[in-house]
Design a protein around this ligand. Structure first.
Ligand SMILES: C[S@@+](CC[C@H](N)C(=O)[O-])C[C@H]1O[C@@H](n2cnc3c(N)ncnc32)[C@H](O)[C@@H]1O
Ligand code: SF4
Length: 399
């Protein structure tokens, strides 16, 4: 196979001295039913899934992408969706075997798979683990039947509890996804959801504020949602109860016990690299002289056809030097610990002085603070409590 050399150099473009850790994202785009709030690239399944053909397309996609990541090791893998647990363990095993044959995975590489309650039975979880998955992320959203119905989920509370119990039994580490500020939800109902979730002693919990996204069923017919004050009370309760149960809020929506942070998502938030394969997947890849973003064809049948022909990527462009400070900050400011003072230069290839003016404004407004060593040198920058509360205001300063 001959491949055109990748030339990225532009006069005055950036210069990276080291490449960041590389993660692999694999998108499986089908669900049993489309949820009314969801704007992810997910499609209602009609009939049997084209599992084998889709894995063929993923492997062809990966092969075509290899020249862009030659010689690099993969730090984490995330199989997301859609509803990846609709795929059989055999298909997941073939996928992971084919990935390992083409890309070196770091020893102990975290491999997460998203699973929805009601899409699997007990043996399936153990089989996913045997296939090489090391971490399960269970999309519970709520343990309350009325709430689940209000947000159009296919599963009920009993299936949600059964799924989490099975995840705990089959995996050393797992995540529960919840949402809050649901239609008609009270603080007491959220408290009950939290107590049920925390009763399973999850190593990791992700809790998202339900947002009404454009072009979703909820955008066309908006439900009655809690107002900003009520949602803020709910967030206070979430932070308080998770903290009391040993889960630290390390990112805006993510809470974990020591040693159980999601390495894959941390790499995104630390402005690391990721190769995304599968329908509609996004990539960010660094080279010594530039950073490129790619998007793959979104519609599954079109994606499979194009990927098999060696053309899975629908759009690719270089990130400009002007965009980099904003893109970096959109990610790192989501982290409670902020970022190491050397990280911006390392990941962007730009001079750290580019950040001086907006950092000064953030300091003056009490939205960020330095963490200094014994000699008074700045080791890290992190959002203050106020900065975390007004995160979009803080991020805007860097755009
Ligand atoms: C794309 S979903 C994939 C996981 C799985 N299909 C599921 O729904 O459980 C990832 C997570 O994003 C969150 N999510 C999706 N749409 C959202 C929205 N409009 N507002 C807030 N969170 C959302 C849900 O918590 C969901 O578990
Ligand atoms: S199951 Fe998950 S990915 Fe599928 S439609 Fe619902 S929220 Fe979206």
């Amino acid at each position: 196979m001959t491949t055109a050399p990748i030339r990225l150099h532009r006069p005055g473009s950036i210069s990276l001295t080291a490449l960041p850790p590389l993660s692999l994202y694999v998108h499986l785009p089908w669900c049993l039913r489309k949820c009314p709030y969801c704007d992810f690239n997910s499609h209602e399944r009609s009939g049997a899934l084209p599992e084998a053909a889709y894995v063929d397309a993923l492997v062809a996609d990966l092969e075509a992408a290899l020249p862009r990541v030659w010689g690099r090791r993969v730090h984490s893998v995330f199989i997301g969706g859609g509803t990846p647990s609709l795929f059989s363990p055999d298909a997941v095993e073939r996928l992971l075997t084919d990935v390992r044959a083409r890309l070196p995975l770091e020893p102990g590489c975290e491999i997460t798979l998203e699973a929805n309650p009601g899409t699997f039975e007990r043996e399936r979880f153990h089989a996913f683990r045997a296939a090489g998955v090391t971490r399960l992320s269970v999309g519970v959203q709520s343990f309350d039947d009325a709430m689940l119905e209000a947000i159009g989920r296919v599963h009920d509370a009993g299936q949600a509890r059964a799924a989490v119990a099975e995840a705990r039994e089959a995996f050393d580490t797992f995540n529960i996804d919840l949402m809050y500020a649901l239609p008609g939800q009270s603080v007491e109902q959220l408290a009950a959801d939290l107590d049920t979730a925390l009763g399973f002693a999850p190593p990791h919990l992700s809790i998202y504020h339900l947002t009404v996204e454009p072009n979703t069923a909820f955008a066309n017919a908006p439900p009655d949602l809690p107002d900003a004050d009520l949602a803020s009370d709910m967030l206070d309760l979430i932070v308080q109860r998770t903290g009391a149960n040993g889960l630290a809020r390390y990112e805006v929506s993510a809470f974990a016990r020591t040693g159980h942070r999601c390495g894959h998502n941390l790499n995104y938030w630390q402005f690391g690299d990721y190769l995304g394969i599968g329908a509609g997947a996004h990539s960010k890849l660094s080279f010594p002289d530039g950073i490129r973003r790619q998007v793959r064809w979104r519609e599954p049948a079109m994606y499979m056809e194009r990927a098999m022909a060696g053309g899975a990527v629908s759009n690719e462009h270089e990130v400009t030097a002007a965009q980099l400070p904003g893109e970096f900050m959109m990610n790192v400011l989501r982290l409670a610990d902020g970022f190491d003072a050397t990280l911006f230069a390392e990941r962007s290839g730009l001079a750290p002085t580019v950040l001086d003016a907006p950092l000064q404004r953030a300091l003056e407004r009490g939205l960020m603070e330095p963490v200094v060593d014994a000699d008074g040198r700045v080791q890290r920058w992190r959002p203050t409590v106020r900065g975390f509360d007004f995160l979009s205001d803080l991020q805007t300063l860097f755009l």
